[in-house]
Design a protein around this ligand. Structure first.
Ligand code: CO
Length: 134
């Protein structure tokens, strides 16, 4: 079922500052800051060649990363995203195995315009895992 690591997401308190460190100090190729109003976040993608880092900043009052940043004021690793070929097949297999899926339990369109699922951290060693249809 499981494919390649697509990205590691890091929630950050100041996305412009985090972007500048990855670009200017570490010398990485970075995207522009993009608002994702339907997800309540701002994103920057850092291209590492074999995978990406997704910097996540707060957008709006109901941002899903607000609580995380209250617990981790300097930011921190928020989730891992791994590719799957068929998200619906993955969903059914996971549900049958008792792995909990966050939200409605159905795939939805993620920050890159592809169907995603988020799996409950308590079922995956304390790590929030996003599955994205490649
Ligand atoms: Co992600």
């Amino acid at each position: 079922m499981i494919g390649r690591l697509n990205h590691v997401a890091i929630a950050v308190p100041d996305i412009a500052k985090a972007r500048a460190i990855w670009r200017d100090v570490l010398g990485a190729r970075v995207s522009e800051i993009e608002d994702q109003p339907e997800h309540g976040v701002q994103t920057v993608f850092v291209d590492l060649g074999n995978t990406k880092i997704e910097l996540l900043g707060v957008l709006g009052e109901d941002s899903p990363i607000r609580g995380f940043l209250e617990r981790n004021p300097s930011g921190g690793i928020h989730h891992l995203c791994v590719e799957v070929e068929d998200i619906e097949a993955a969903r059914q297999q996971l549900r049958a195995a008792g792995v909990r899926i966050l939200g409605s339990g159905e795939a939805r369109i993620g920050a890159h315009g592809k169907p995603v699922l988020f799996l409950h951290p308590k079922d995956l060693s304390g790590t929030l895992v996003e599955l994205e249809q490649a």
